[in-house]
Design a protein around this ligand. Structure first.
Ligand SMILES: *Cc1c(COP(=O)(O)O)cnc(C)c1O
Length: 388
């Protein structure tokens, strides 16, 4: 087999097949070649435009507003929980991975009353169990859920969760970080009070900015709830509504890049176009890896087209660090697994990547396995399955 030469992005960087930071387009990077003052009229207009577009992507025109916030995605998750769950409220966190656990950790820091509803990492959230928990525990005021749990790449049934939560008269908060822009979520059909995502996942901007899409009436009710000044979404919103400016130094370059990224998002056909490219990336990846003998953690029916978890091969010649470094040398960065259910690694489908990059990664994986002398990529099997 011909050995593919190392393949790098137009800027000479490796392709990032990870959960973030992600590969951005050359034009998104170029958009950052300006220094703007925070009171610049053009800059204020860009902020207005970005906020409006984000609300539109969420189907929230007329009902919802957008509050951007400096920082990585977690800052926005923490701001959402701290603002929306009042001190005398109680939040039910539905979890099946590390990002659900992180929400619980945040609530502990802020001493919010909480309850946890957990399924294993390879099982989706259970709307029937949610319904029972809400019927039984009257103190619960809010439900917090993760749309795509990036730990495994599993797609959670957010529509059913929203329906149950609304029927039980509670308020839904969504961590849609790794799904927003690629998986449909429309406020007109899926009722939620707040959702958070960030600039550098499926919207393919530069990292450094999070945002909350909130139902206006719900956000208005959060005045004085925030446990922290810099994460006070209500205050940030009020300031922005007043003069279009940020309360504190805005990440101007990140915002310029985000404006360009949103133009490219629209040019690609919005959620449908972006999601379509990722689905194709995911399909090529999974087929190619299965052809090499790897197994996915999840069945196709539970897999979101965002990031795929592969089970670690049992072959003793397979060493993850060696595998990782060799792929990095060939221009492809993958990601370790974070699962507790099984040893694994992950390969992402999101960011500025298409079929050519996924095929390139598969070719690099094949050569690397050859070099390592790995002949069997099937994973470790529990004893009960050795009889076959
Ligand atoms: C990436 C991600 C976050 C935020 O992570 P940061 O590292 O803080 O940007 C939160 N939730 C989910 C589901 C994610 O995928």
């Amino acid at each position: 087999m011909p050995i593919p030469s190392a393949s790098f992005s137009p800027t000479g960087d490796p392709w990032l097949l990870t959960p973030g930071p992600l590969t951005t387009s050359p034009s998104v990077k170029e958009a950052m070649l300006h220094d703007l003052g925070s009171r610049d009229h053009g800059f204020i207009e860009i902020n207005r435009r970005i906020r409006e577009r984000l609300v539109a992507i969420a189907g929230g025109r007329g009902s919802h507003v957008c509050v951007p916030l400096q920082g990585s995605g977690t800052f926005a998750v923490e701001a959402m929980l701290g603002n929306f769950v009042p001190q005398d409220g109680k939040v039910l966190i539905i979890m099946n991975g590390a990002y659900g656990q992180r929400m619980a950790k945040i609530c502990k820091y802020h001493r919010r009353f909480m309850r946890i509803l957990e399924t294993p990492e390879d099982r989706p959230n259970d709307p029937a169990a949610l319904d029972r928990a809400l019927a039984e525990d009257r103190e619960i005021t809010h439900v917090a859920a993760v749309h795509c749990e990036t730990t495994s790449g599993i797609l959670n049934p957010i529509e059913a969760i929203a329906e149950v939560t609304a029927q039980r008269g509670r308020s839904l908060l969504i961590d849609a970080m790794s799904a927003f822009g690629a998986l449909p979520l429309d406020a007109r059909k899926v009722p939620f009070d707040a959702l958070v995502a960030s600039s550098n996942k499926c919207l393919e901007g530069a990292p450094g900015l999070g945002f909350c899409i909130a139902r206006r009436s719900a956000l208005e009710a959060t005045e004085d709830n925030a446990p922290s000044l810099s994460l006070d979404l209500f205050d940030q919103w009020q300031a922005m509504e007043k003069n279009g400016q940020w309360r504190f130094t805005p990440p101007t370059h990140v915002i310029l890049a985000f404006d360009q990224a949103l133009k490219e998002f629209e040019a690609e056909g919005g959620v449908e176009g972006r999601g379509g490219r990722y689905r194709e990336n995911c399909r090529i990846l999974v087929e190619g890896m299965r052809a090499l003998g790897f197994e996915t953690l999840l069945p196709d029916s539970l897999q979101a087209p965002i990031i795929v978890t592969f089970r670690m091969p049992v072959d003793p010649r397979f060493d993850f660090e060696t595998f990782y470094d060799a792929l990095r040398g060939r221009g492809y960065v993958i990601y370790p697994g974070k699962l507790t259910v099984a040893p694994s690694f992950r390969i992402g489908c999101i960011g500025r990547l298409g079929a050519a990059e996924i095929r390139g990664a598969l070719a690099a994986i094949e050569v690397t396995l050859d070099e390592m002398g790995v002949t069997d990529c099937s994973p470790y099997r529990p004893l009960r399955r050795t009889g076959s």
